[in-house]
Design a protein around this ligand. Structure first.
Ligand SMILES: Nc1ncnc2c1ncn2[C@@H]1O[C@H](COP(=O)(O)OP(=O)(O)OP(=O)(O)O)[C@@H](O)[C@H]1O
Ligand SMILES: Nc1nc2c(ncn2[C@@H]2O[C@H](COP(=O)(O)O)[C@@H](O)[C@H]2O)c(=O)[nH]1
Length: 187
């Protein structure tokens, strides 16, 4: 059995993490994507248990108290967290587990799992980031403003990560992520 590994994908909201991850998982079904828990309402088309586990704030706080989360953070008015049990099981089975999480959660992972590979996805520019969030057409003006106000601080923290990849051309960014995971993570 191979050695299990934690891979963290972080970057500002709207940079394209989810889009890249979907392509990555389609090309590498051996990777295990950890479905997060959130108190955010589902967007149209999002499925409970596939995109997220959607829970109430009370339920989330109970999970925190019970120590069921590997990391968690409040982002743009909602809680987000990584359920611990399945991630640990898959790593113990030798699988490579991918978390798609924001900066504070990535910092917690760095502290508790220093061996994790942490990749930061950068936008080509802040104006393109705004175009992408607006183009997605799924966030209110308030949510867009909150997400953009977080973005500057997140981009400023990019150097904390092992690898920075600019998601300008989608195919190039996907290739760069594959290179990072399947060369660096093997070392
Ligand atoms: N390289 C790219 N060029 C142009 N548009 C892109 C690119 N990558 C992603 N997009 C588009 O940007 C929008 C945001 O992408 P996505 O939802 O994947 O971002 P995200 O980082 O997962 O956001 P969040 O963290 O808020 O979930 C989508 O409409 C997606 O199609
Ligand atoms: N710390 C964590 N952050 C997470 C987790 N799951 C998702 N996220 C990040 O939240 C923002 C917003 O996501 P959205 O789906 O509402 O657009 C984004 O940066 C995600 O990467 C998690 O488990 N922990």
């Amino acid at each position: 059995m191979g050695k299990g590994r934690l891979i963290v994908l972080t970057g500002p909201s709207g940079v394209g993490k989810g889009t890249l991850l979907r392509s990555l998982l389609a090309r590498h079904p051996e990777l295990y994507f950890s479905v997060s828990v959130t108190t955010r309402s589902p967007r149209p088309g999002e499925i409970d248990g596939k995109n997220y586990y959607f829970v109430s704030r009370n339920q989330f706080e109970e999970m925190v108290t019970a120590g069921e989360l590997l990391e968690w953070a409040e982002f743009a008015g909602n809680y987000y967290g990584t359920p611990k049990r399945r991630v640990k099981e898959h790593i113990q089975q030798g699988q490579w587990v991918i978390l798609e999480i924001e900066l504070e959660g990535a910092r917690q992972i760095r502290k508790n799992f220093p061996e994790a590979l942490r990749i930061f996805i950068m936008p080509p520019s802040v104006s393109e980031l705004e175009n992408r969030i607006r183009g997605r057409g799924q966030d209110s003006e308030v949510a867009i403003a909150r997400r953009l106000s977080h973005a500057q601080a997140e981009i400023a923290a990019a150097s904390e990560f092992d690898i920075q990849i600019v998601n300008d051309d989608l195919k190039d960014a996907l290739q760069a992520i594959e290179d990072a995971i399947f060369t660096t993570a093997n070392c």
